[in-house]
Structures are given as structure tokens and as C-alpha cells.
Design a binder for this molecule. Structure first.
Ligand code: TEU
Length: 554
């Protein structure tokens, strides 16, 4: 029998409109793969506008769009050429403005992506820098350096790029000779900006205002720990601090962004992509004058295991409390293996060490992903849903090499499959060459969809009581209407080994069975379960939401 193990942590209720983000459900849209409204096989803003009723019926509070700006798409848009224009593949600025307004009419806010670490090599600043030559003012907005070696033929440091290969590329100078090198912590098409340059700071604050003035409710900040570099450019193993990850000076950037965000009557929100192992360093980004929230990757990275997830949840709540920040719960995004696939593997923490041919039990993965959905939706804080997870889409790991576009695949010579497998366009119906992704039934999607995705399409799932989509809809509806889930009150329940349980408010409980054996349930009304309950027992890999009928353990 389940009993209470600790008193509830009292937390203030944060339901005012300036606090919406503390409990919001944010749906991540990868525009290229969401819905194609113009029939060219690539997703676009027209497609998103046509599917706003779907998003409203799913019950999300906000949409986060990965970059939709003008871009050569060398890294799916994380190579921004112009923040003040929408990429023609996706639409126009006027359409973005209409989309922001229409979403708001559905009660859905819009969050856009800002990528401070770098821009595209096609950005006007970088083209000017290359053209202006060594020693020019234009080059000071980036990291141009002489190479090492007798003829400058070696990169200035041995830093590796996150995407494989060196983090420096040598340019050909205007006079045709090999010249300086520039830094790119990601692909060569993504030159890093120099954040000690005042124009770099001013420009990004202007970009924030440009989008905030258009009604955007907040920004997701890409690679947020990386923009500031040690100007001495030491090697990674020299010195006591990392030359570019989580340097203390980076916080100044977000404090000034916070001032911009707070200058609006309806305050705008900063959400950081902060990959850091140390919870205390992570929490520094969430101090009251910095970001509002940051993605909880620790939770996403943990394997399917009661103790591991209990530890992650406890550490998350503990690290957020001192800075008064609301936690976030993230199961996936456009960079990682889809949960249905991840949880169907022996090593379910598998995220970045991607390899081909990992044995996967998708049935098991789907059961666990359903349970994980109820677990994450029942925790206090905001919830992130990556498009397609509500359909239970698996990772597509057999994409043909010629279809793959991720620089991670291309720059590792195909050793790392990269991230295309979680970016395959959504199936909306059973019919047509793209399962309803495109308005043109003849058009094929920019990445090929597996034929069996017809069975995972929105149309197939929307009226099926046992579908993943129905589970998500019902869970989000209950989350919205259950007072205990709107508050921030949380307490662990004492449970059998292999079972995770916690209480929200006085009478709501969530239990998840990670063990191989069915487990007894307390006497309670079942609100929702991720799988069928038989004989009053909670089966393996199943989660349940309960309304407790009597208080125990007090
Ligand atoms: O990702 C930052 C990042 O460091 C990783 O998630 C990275 O994508 C992964 O290690 C590659 O295997 C952000 C974006 O989410 C990602 O899509 C971009 O490619 C990257 O920044 C560069 O802008």
C-alpha cells in the first residue's frame, strides 16, 4: 500500500498571466517537418496555420519554433542569414505575423529561437568580414586568427567542432591566397560571433525587440552556454576553466536580455538550451534576473529506471528551489533519438552516442514512452513536447544516406547517423505520397517517411481511444483542469521497489511501475493510465494517475 513519505513542499501558485510559463505545455515545431501548405514537400508556415486547430485541440499553451529565418539550411536553420526575414521555403514575414496572431486567438503563445553563438556564413556580417580582409574591423565581430605552423597551415587551436572535424576553417583572402582561420564550434557554415564586440550585443537585443514587437512571447536560446570565449584561446586541457563552455561572463548577456524581456507590459520569457552536468552551474542561468527557465536535459538523458529518474527529479526540484525557478520536463527534441525508440533499447540513456543497427523493441519502447508521457506531464513545472511524440513516432534509423541532410552525418563520414531520424515529416492521414504531410497528394516529403506511418497518422489516431494521441489529449486536458496539477505542490510517496510515486496537492497521485512484475495500487479513483490495468494491479512499464480517496500516512 502506498503511503506518504514526506511533507508536501509548499510552493506559491503561479497562475497569473505573467507566470504562464511556469506551468505551460510547450509544443516544439520543427517547421520543415510539421505540415506542408504549399505542396513542395517541405513544411512551412502555411502548413502550421492550417493545423492550429489540431494544436489547440491537443491542448498546448505555446509553440516553440526552431529557426524559421532566412537561412541556407546547412544546419536545419541554425545557420541564420537574416533574423528579420522568414526563409522563403517557409513563407514570409507577413505570414509569420499572421501565424503569431492566429495562434494567440487559439490561446497559444509563440516562442522563437535565437542562436547567439553563431550566424550563417551567408550572413551579411560574415560576407563583409571575408571580403574586408585581415585586420579589418568587420572581422572583429567573429574569431579570425592567423594559423599556426611556418605558413599558417595549422588551425589556431586543436578545438574540435561539435559536429566532427576541426573547429576552424581557413579562408581564401580577397587576393586569392590562403589566409586567416575563423572559429566555428559547429559546422563551417556557422561562424562563431565575438561577444566582446558591442555591435554583436546590440544587434541581438534589437533582434529580440524585433520579434517581441511582433507579439512573440519569448525566445529559446540556442547553445546558451557557449557564446563567450576565453580571448587567449587556450587548448581544452590548459587552464582551470573551459575556454568556451559556461564561462562566467556569459551571464551578462542574459541579464541584459532579461531587461529587454521585462521592458514589455506583458513580460517576455527567456528559455535556455543549457547542457551542463552540474545542477548548481545550471541553476545559475535561472537566477531571478536571468533566464526564466532552461531545458532539463538531465531528465531526458536518464535511462528507464525508477531510481535514476527519482534521483533526476529530486535533483531538479532541489536545484531550482533556491533560485525560485520552475523546472522543465523534456523527453526529446530535434537533436535526440525519439523516446519510443530510445526506451525500446537496452541502453535507454542513448542520446548522443548514436550508432546504426541497435536492437530495438518498439512495442516495449511505446509502452514506456506512454508511461513517460504521464510521468512528465504530472510533475510540477513546464512540459515540452517535441512534434510527433504525441503520435508515438519512432526514430527512423534506416534513412538512405543520400536523403540525410544533418551536418553531423556528413561531417562524421556517416559514422554518426545524425539527427535526421527524428526530423522525418509528420503523417497526418493514411493517404497520399506523404501521408497528408503535404497539401499536394502527389508530393513526397523532403525526408522519406516509412510506409507504416500511415497507421500512426493523426487521422488514424484521433478517434482511437487507445492511441498515443488520445493519451496526450486526455492527459493535457486533465493537467489543465486538475487544481493539484496547476499548483507546484509535490511530495514523494513511499512505494515498492521499482515503483516511482508522488503526490500533487492533497489528492492527486502518479505511480509508474518500472519493475517487471505487476504492482498493487492504492485504493483510489483511476483518472488515467498509460496501459490497461488488470485486477487492480499496475502492469510493468505503466503509469497511472489517481485521485486518492483517503489520506494515508498523516
Ligand atoms: O544544439 C546544441 C548542441 O550542442 C547539441 O544538442 C548538438 O546538436 C548535438 O550535440 C549534435 O550531436 C543546438 C541545436 O539544438 C542544434 O539543432 C543545432 O545544430 C546546434 O545548436 C547549433 O546551432
Amino acid at each position: 500500500m502506498t503511503t506518504l513519505s514526506s511533507p508536501a513542499v509548499a510552493a506559491p501558485r503561479e497562475t497569473g498571466s505573467d507566470r504562464w510559463w511556469r506551468t505551460a505545455v510547450v509544443y516544439q515545431v520543427y517547421p520543415r517537418s510539421f505540415a506542408d501548405g504549399d505542396g513542395d514537400g517541405t513544411g512551412d508556415l502555411a502548413g502550421v496555420r492550417s493545423r492550429l486547430p489540431y494544436l489547440a485541440s491537443l491542448g498546448v499553451d505555446a509553440l516553440w519554433f526552431t529557426p524559421w529565418y532566412a537561412s541556407p539550411l546547412a544546419d536545419g536553420g541554425y545557420d541564420v542569414a537574416d533574423y528579420r526575414a522568414i526563409d522563403p521555403a517557409f513563407g514570409t514575414l507577413a505570414e509569420a505575423e499572421a501565424l503569431i496572431a492566429e495562434a494567440r486567438e487559439h490561446g497559444i503563445r509563440t516562442i522563437v529561437d535565437v542562436v547567439p553563438n553563431h550566424v550563417s556564413d551567408q550572413h551579411a556580417w560574415f560576407r563583409e568580414a571575408v571580403a574586408a580582409g585581415p585586420g579589418s574591423l568587420q572581422r572583429q565581430r567573429f574569431w579570425f586568427r592567423e594559423g599556426r605552423g611556418a605558413h599558417g597551415e595549422l588551425p589556431p587551436t586543436d578545438w574540435p567542432s561539435t559536429f566532427g572535424g576541426p573547429a576552424w576553417t581557413r579562408v581564401t583572402e580577397p587576393d586569392g591566397r590562403p589566409g586567416e582561420w575563423y572559429l566555428h564550434l559547429f559546422a563551417p557554415e556557422q561562424p562563431d560571433l565575438n561577444w566582446s564586440h558591442p555591435q554583436v550585443r546590440r544587434e541581438h537585443e534589437d533582434v529580440l525587440r524585433f520579434w517581441f514587437d511582433r507579439g512573440v512571447a519569448g525566445v529559446r536560446i540556442d547553445s546558451a552556454t557557449m557564446p563567450v570565449k576565453d580571448p587567449a584561446l587556450p587548448e581544452l586541457d590548459e587552464g582551470s576553466t573551459h575556454p568556451f563552455v559556461d564561462r562566467d561572463e556569459v551571464h551578462q548577456i542574459y541579464c541584459s536580455w532579461r531587461a529587454v524581456a521585462d521592458s514589455y507590459p506583458e513580460k517576455r520569457v527567456l528559455i535556455g538550451e543549457v547542457w551542463l552536468d552540474d545542477p548548481a552551474r545550471f541553476a545559475r542561468y535561472l537566477r531571478p534576473d536571468e533566464m526564466h527557465s532552461a531545458f532539463n536535459f538531465d531528465f531526458m538523458r536518464r535511462p528507464w529506471d525508477a531510481e535514476q529518474l527519482r534521483e533526476s527529479i529530486a535533483e531538479t526540484l532541489a536545484s531550482h528551489r533556491p533560485v525560485l525557478a520552475a523546472p522543465t520536463w523534456v523527453l526529446s527534441n530535434h537533436d535526440v533519438t525519439r523516446p519510443v525508440t530510445r526506451y525500446g533499447r537496452e541502453d535507454s540513456s542513448f542520446l548522443h552516442a548514436r550508432t546504426f543497427g541497435v536492437p530495438t523493441d518498439l512495442g516495449l519502447g511505446r509502452r514506456r514512452a506512454r508511461a513517460a508521457a504521464l510521468l512528465s506531464a504530472a510533475l510540477p513545472g513546464s512540459l515540452y513536447i517535441y512534434q510527433g511524440d504525441e503520435l508515438g513516432l519512432p526514430e527512423v534509423d534506416d534513412l538512405p544516406a543520400e536523403a540525410r541532410q544533418d551536418p553531423v552525418f556528413l561531417r562524421t563520414g556517416g559514422a554518426d547517423p545524425g539527427r535526421d531520424g527524428c526530423r522525418v515529416p509528420l503523417p497526418w492521414s493514411e493517404s497520399g505520397a506523404s501521408h497528408g504531410f503535404s497539401v499536394d497528394p502527389e508530393a513526397t516529403a523532403w525526408l522519406p517517411q516509412p510506409p507504416e506511418w500511415a497507421g500512426l497518422s493523426v487521422r488514424r489516431q484521433e478517434n482511437t481511444p487507445t492511441s498515443m494521441l488520445t493519451l496526450y489529449r486526455v492527459a493535457l486536458e486533465l493537467r489543465r483542469t486538475t487544481p493539484a496539477l496547476i499548483g507546484e505542490d509535490f511530495a514523494w510517496l513511499e512505494t515498492q521497489k521499482g515503483v516511482l510515486g508522488f503526490r500533487r496537492g492533497e489528492d492527486f497521485a502518479c505511480l509508474i511501475n518500472f519493475s517487471a512484475e505487476p504492482q498493487p495500487l492504492p485504493r483510489a479513483e483511476v483518472l488515467l493510465s498509460s496501459g490497461e490495468l488488470s485486477g487492480g494491479l499496475l502492469p510493468a512499464d505503466t503509469a497511472v494517475w489517481l485521485r486518492l480517496q483517503e489520506k494515508e500516512g498523516h
